[in-house]
Design a protein around this ligand. Structure first.
Ligand code: GNR
Ligand code: NI
Length: 179
């Protein structure tokens, strides 16, 4: 297994719409395993293939406290939505940002599992939030898109500044000759 690189906002690849999986193969199972390892290492409660630069409709999550209940959803569809709830969200592709987002409180989802078998699931609470957040990634949508223009422009500036600081710091740790 391997920890994959997670791409970060405002990388334009986060805006690519993911394509359906036509047949679930061993390659998809390997990707799901690597995504789970990446998610646990981060640590996070979910990860969409988009975030590791694979633009197919596959996501993994584990919202358990014990971190031992991995789920894999392939070609997920929301069959119904009920109510609404506001939850403070974060995203591994938007590090350092936590903001409240309103979403459906309860959803019914249909997807294929890692063996290509169809299943349906009723979700609420953090599980429902996480599934909706990950399915947004597959559409090229990020939770910051729900924030006000003002908040989003502040985030963009902050992200640009963090990246500049990062590159200065990594060059400082390079030997003089290769700087
Ligand atoms: O780790 C994550 N935590 C989280 C918290 C509240 C709402 C959604 C999430 S998903 C996030 C991992 C991630 O970025 N998945 O795309
Ligand atoms: Ni995310």
């Amino acid at each position: 297994m391997a920890v994959l690189k997670i791409i970060e906002y405002p990388d334009p690849r986060l805006r690519i719409k993911a394509q359906p999986v036509t047949a679930v193969t061993a390659e998809h199972r390997l990707l799901a395993d690597n995504m789970l390892e990446t998610m646990y290492a981060a640590p996070g409660i979910g990860l969409a293939a988009t975030q590791v630069d694979r633009h197919i409709r596959l996501l993994v999550l584990d919202v358990s406290e014990t971190r031992d209940q991995p789920w894999c959803f392939i070609n997920p569809e929301i069959l119904s939505r009920e109510g609404s709830d506001i939850c403070e969200e974060g995203c591994l592709s938007v590090p350092g940002v936590n903001e409240p987002v309103e979403r459906a409180a309860r959803i019914r989802v249909r997807a294929l599992d890692r063996d290509g078998k169809s299943f349906e699931l009723d979700a609420e609470g953090l599980l429902a939030v996480c599934i909706q957040h990950e399915m947004d990634h597959l559409e090229g949508k990020l939770f910051v898109d729900y924030l006000s223009e003002l908040k989003r422009s502040r985030l963009k500036k902050r992200a640009a500044k963090a990246r500049r600081k990062d590159s200065v710091e990594s060059s400082r740790h390079q030997p003089e000759a290769v700087r």
